[in-house]
Design a protein around this ligand. Structure first.
Ligand SMILES: [Zn+2]
Length: 227
């Protein structure tokens, strides 16, 4: 935060590999300090080398990058934080093995790990002053509000329900950070796809409004999704 004269990570480390906590606290926000302190540096004073962690012997390959994006990131998110959804592998299959484009899967993963740039998430990093929903200003813009309770999302959900057998929106509840996985669980594979597509579009509509563009008409969204 603010101006930092240090250029290298090593400037923030003691010779024994421990972090210089006072420096971290000076230059980073508390939530980031907490994450940085989870990283253990080597106590051995070896020269640095450039290595690609997910690859064999540190070398990069497209295959290893693909596997990293679709598997390792999920595993690490499950083990890195007790507050993130830690459903069984089968639960995550509701997202990763659903027949939707990678962009929609990645979006769903961001919903399930609360890593979308919602206003509360941006406020944590001091990028926004308020956590109120930028669309309706009625309550904090948590992911569940943005996708299932904010009026534009409700309208789109209801509109898509006229052609797709989506679950009743009132039955979809915020029962913790895993709400999306819970919502997907009882659905058939086909309806899971429909739900993920609908939520993905809800977020797109939300982004249009946040970027001061007109709300895409429901018919446009409906035609886009059904095609
Ligand atoms: Zn709202």
């Amino acid at each position: 935060r603010g101006v930092c004269r240090f250029r290298f990570v090593s400037d923030l480390l003691n010779p024994n590999g421990s972090w210089k906590v006072n420096l971290l606290e000076t230059y980073f926000y508390p939530c980031d300090v907490e994450e940085i302190l989870k990283i253990r540096a080597s106590p051995r004073q070896q020269d640095d080398t450039i290595a690609w962690g997910p690859g064999r012997l540190g070398s990069f390959s497209v295959r290893s990058a693909y596997n990293f994006a679709f598997d390792d990131s999920v595993r690490s998110s499950e083990s890195a934080s007790s507050s993130s959804p830690n459903g069984t592998r089968k639960c995550w299959d509701f997202i990763w093995k659903t027949n939707v484009p990678p962009a929609v899967k990645f979006f769903a993963w961001r919903v399930a790990t609360n890593s979308l740039p919602t206003w509360p998430n941006k406020r944590k990093r001091c990028l926004e002053e308020s956590d109120l929903c930028p669309v309706c200003q009625r309550e904090p813009e948590h992911t569940f509000h943005a996708l299932c309770r904010c009026q534009n999302s409700v309208n789109l959900w209801n509109c898509m329900s006229t052609i797709w057998p989506l679950p009743n929106l009132g039955d979809v509840q915020h029962n913790g950070p895993e709400w999306l996985l819970h919502a997907l669980q009882p659905l058939s594979e086909n309806v899971r796809c429909m739900l993920l597509f609908t939520l993905w579009r809800c977020w797109h509509v939300r982004n249009e409004v946040v970027h001061l563009k007109p709300v895409p008409p429901l018919e446009v969204s409906k035609n886009f999704l059904s095609s």
